[in-house]
Design a protein. Structure first.
Lengths: 230, 362
């Protein structure tokens, strides 16, 4: 039985993952044409490459259909409840860094902290008759963070893309989004709350639970661990 | 249906019959409830607790996480006081943290809408639950959110600060952070100090974006200025609040401790009198009040709509079960759902599945 390694199927995340493994003596590559989602592994035996969307890797790991997977630490936390009981971090890979933050319009000069956001949410609800809207695609992470920090009277609005634009379009009052440099936020007239860092994400190699693994699979993981720690 | 399941429903109906014998009308509620009502009541957190689904015509719906809200709505729409209701059925809760907890389970409920004698109604609901648990090794817990509310309302500070504390009564961490700041124990955030140092912060306002208006921003800055120039909540009051939150004794001792606190915090006097009347009413119903635990902070983290008496019955801690029965007073909820007019209401639920487990462990 091979160990299935799930890797993002395209883009910079795939390229960087390939580079990261190559630097550790494991060559991952797409086999056949560029459009094909089949892969090959050299430099270690017993590992099979599976190319998947980064967003599906947490679920596939949890279901045991892949044994190892590379994806953003934000996606694992968002998609799996009690994620740390379901998957284990093997290595932080040092790329794909992005911060999940809360941002509000620059014009909100009275808002810099979660305490301010909470007070504004209460006043906003009283004035407008509905709860202050925060646009995000990271519902679980944002909700857990705001509960933990005692922010109330808000609602989450689903936004799967161009989240920064929702405030201008008046479909949200604040956003919770991923940013690496803050450039897009600034360009859209938004500022980041000083204590609104929800999660600092990077590409991470995870493994699923080892329940049901064969001895052969366990040996392969050990061999991989040794290569990675060289 | 398995025999376990049959036994469970049989037990549930026996419980319901007992409530009906106390004069309760048998009622029911839809499994699918409009999500908007629940979201407005509980906020976004309810999404982590209830199952949400969708219908093209009705929009977002939630599988009932409890019966109280729909029963109150029914009563406010068509009921007349006094009224007693009982229901039996499944409720549905997401369990994100603990896979051993059930996502659907049967509750049997008893709700009393009767304002003629609140202390007697509190005691009636508690005693009805205690009666069903009579032969089991369960431990009761009691508390009173009304005393905490009265304490906050009585603080010698601004209306705005009292409102902020009241709003976060059910979020102990934020509550404490607010109390620390209003008491001058934590410094004002640097960003706020910098903002308030400006003579006219609104002068160079960046371009507005979204629905929040310039006047809303200006009003908040006025409120922050106001707050900055208000005296801190005194150490005396702060210490009284701490002492109050820590009260955890048998009921008669707790009553004495609360009476002592009320000498310096007279605003809780009426609420403490209500506790005394409730203990008398419980005693009249045969509850051993001398051994009954009372905890001032009980119910602060989990029971958001209760605003007076709160109680729960827990099985042996080794069984690691949720409370077997819980309940409390929710006068304010009836006002919210009744569109401004409320009625005094108290109720409780019991879980036959947990009763069976506790019984089996004996």
């Amino acid at each position: 039985m091979t160990l299935k390694l799930g890797v993002p199927s395209k883009g910079r995340l795939m390229d960087k993952t390939f580079d990261w493994f190559a630097a550790r003596g494991v060559t991952l590559r797409k086999s056949g044409s560029d459009r094909e989602y089949a892969g090959a592994v050299d430099g270690i035996d017993g590992i099979e490459l599976v190319l998947l969307s980064a967003g599906e890797i947490p679920r596939e790991l949890d279901a045991g259909r892949i044994h190892l997977g590379v994806t953003g630490s934000d996606l694992v936390r968002e998609k799996l409840s009690s994620w740390d009981q379901r998957v284990v971090e093997i290595a932080k890979m040092g790329f794909g860094g992005a911060d999940l933050i809360i941002a509000v319009p620059n014009a909100w000069i009275d808002v810099d902290t979660l305490d301010d956001l909470d007070a504004v949410a209460a006043a906003f609800r009283a004035n407008h008759g509905f709860r202050l809207r925060i646009a995000t695609k990271y519902h679980r992470l944002v909700r857990d963070f705001l509960r933990e920090n005692g922010v109330a009277d808000y609602q989450l609005i689903d936004s799967q893309g161009a989240t920064e634009g929702t405030i201008r379009n008046e479909t949200a009052e604040a956003v919770a989004d991923i940013t690496s440099t803050g450039e897009t936020l600034r360009a859209n007239g938004l500022k980041i709350l000083s204590d609104g860092m929800i999660h600092s994400s990077q590409a991470t190699l995870f493994r699923g639970r080892r329940r049901g693994w064969t001895q052969e699979q366990r040996n392969t993981l050990k061999a991989l661990d040794e290569k990675l720690s060289d | 249906m398995s025999t376990d399941s049959q036994a469970l429903w049989t037990r549930a109906r026996v419980f319901q019959d007992k409530f009906a014998a106390l004069g309760a009308v048998v009622t029911d509620a839809d499994v699918l409830q409009p999500a908007g009502t629940l979201l407005d009541l509980y906020g976004e957190d309810i999404r982590a607790r209830a199952f949400t689904t969708h219908d093209a015509l009705r929009g977002e719906l939630m599988m009932r996480p409890d019966f109280t809200v729909p029963i109150v709505q029914q009563h406010m729409a068509i009921g007349a006081e006094p009224a007693r209701y009982t229901y039996v059925g499944k409720v549905f809760r997401q369990q994100e943290q603990d896979e051993s907890r059930r996502t659907e389970y049967v509750q049997v409920g008893y709700e009393v809408f009767d304002g003629s004698n609140p202390a007697a109604a509190d005691a009636e609901v508690f005693a009805a639950m205690a009666e069903l648990l009579n032969d089991l090794p369960v431990t009761a817990s009691t508390g009173d959110i009304g005393i905490l509310r009265a304490a906050v309302q009585g603080l010698a500070t601004t209306d705005r600060r009292r409102a902020a504390l009241m709003r976060h009564l059910w979020r102990p961490r934020r509550f404490k952070a607010l109390l620390d700041r209003f008491g001058g124990r934590t410094p004002m955030p640097a960003s706020r100090a910098a903002l308030l140092e400006q003579a006219d912060p609104m002068a160079d306002l960046p371009p507005l974006l979204g629905l929040r208006t310039e006047s809303e921003i200006a009003l908040r800055i006025d409120a922050l200025r106001d707050d900055a120039s208000s005296d801190p909540i005194s150490n005396v009051e702060r210490d009284l609040m701490d002492a109050l939150l820590k009260v955890r004794e048998t009921a008669p001792n707790a009553l004495t401790a609360l009476r002592d606190i009320s000498v310096d915090l007279p605003s809780i006097g009426v609420a403490v009198d209500r506790l005394a009347a409730r203990l008398d009413a419980l005693s009249a119903r045969g509850i051993d009040v001398d051994a009954l635990p009372f905890e001032a902070s009980y119910g602060r983290t989990s029971m958001e709509y209760y605003d007076g008496f709160v109680f729960g019955f827990a099985a042996d801690a080794e069984l690691n079960l949720p409370p077997v029965a819980t309940g409390g007073r929710y006068d304010a909820l009836t006002t919210v759902l009744g569109g401004g007019t409320g009625v005094p209401a108290v109720g409780g639920v019991i879980r036959p599945d947990l009763v069976a487990i506790a019984e089996g462990a004996q």
